[in-house]
Design a protein around this ligand. Structure first.
Ligand code: SF4
Length: 205
């Protein structure tokens, strides 16, 4: 299948790309992540993505506009729901481009992360696919978590210390907030993570 793979970052792309190629799919990547802040972090992850894609000879489309304003317009005053909104803003754009460019299917490296709300990503992907008469390629890439980390380290690829948005950056480093959070799940992600016994603050998305 000709698949447009949404790539949230270089390290998270390693396992899904290898897996899709092993299965004989023709994969192109799309870096569209208005959720990565602040600006220098965005640039750093974009550079790591380029480094990885070049090494893998992965055909890529890059949205290199810094999307802070676009992201905040959708999330402010709805911070508790921000992960659902964040998935939606990225996946909708990937589905749109997949249709415009004649792909049969789209997918996302978010399905690799143990720290995302996997069920919600799948639900949104299926819904977009039905709306656009496309296939959402679903696979639980989380089984390749350690393999992906090992390869990212071996490649010397930049691995980010927090999910992406300025809220997740605060949650990662603000000691007061971390204390508060130990009693309350702040985001939908964290609720999902709590249900599966996973934490959110370990590094890559
Ligand atoms: S925590 Fe991650 S998934 Fe959730 S809104 Fe922030 S960047 Fe998006």
């Amino acid at each position: 299948m000709k698949i447009l793979l949404h790539a949230c970052c270089g390290p998270c792309s390693i396992y899904p790309l290898a897996q899709l190629r092993r299965q004989g799919h023709q994969v192109s990547g799309y870096f569209h992540n208005p959720n990565i802040h602040p600006f220098r972090e965005f640039k750093r992850r974009l550079a790591a993505m380029r480094e990885f894609a070049d090494r893998q000879k992965l055909d890529m489309i890059y949205d290199d506009d810094y999307g802070l304003r676009e992201y905040l317009r959708q999330v402010v005053n709805r911070e508790e729901e921000r992960c659902r909104i964040c998935y939606a803003m990225r996946l909708a754009e990937v589905a749109r481009l997949a249709v415009a460019e004649g792909y049969e299917a789209f997918s996302t490296t978010l399905l690799y992360s143990r720290y995302q709300n996997h069920g919600e990503i799948r639900r949104q992907g299926d819904e977009l696919a039905a709306r656009h008469n496309l296939t959402f390629y679903y696979e639980d890439f989380r089984c390749g978590w350690q393999e992906g980390i090992g390869q990212a380290i071996a490649m010397g690829l930049y691995r980010q210390p927090y999910c992406g948005c300025i809220y997740s950056e605060q949650e990662r480093y603000d000691k007061k907030m971390r204390k508060k959070k130990s009693g309350i799940s702040v985001t939908e992600n964290q609720k999902a993570a709590a249900e599966t016994g996973e934490g959110q603050e370990s590094g890559t998305e």
